[in-house]
Design a protein around this ligand. Sequence first.
Ligand SMILES: [Zn+2]
Length: 107
Amino acid sequence: MICPKCENEYANNVEICPICLQELISEDAFELLFLRKTNWVVVYITSEIIQATMIKDILENEGINAIILNEQSSSFPIPGDLSIIKIKVREEDSDNAMKLIDQMINE
Ligand SMILES: [Zn+2]
């Protein structure tokens, strides 16, 4: 169980954080909350899922959480089923992520 305020972890039988007097939430619930309150920024856009997956792997090897968003570009005036794949990382990781992506692209 985790306190959503001070982010301390407690044993399962504890229900209230003794520091903040906040009701504790499960680790899963905390992770969802954390994802929602974190600013995710786009660091790369591609139309190839293979490239997107490669970049995600490289970032995660460096300990950077990355998410892939696949958006079908139906509103684009381009024929065919071109898709736009965005790679997002947390704002604080974006500088490092962009450096890593640059290195990868230049290799
Ligand atoms: Zn607390």
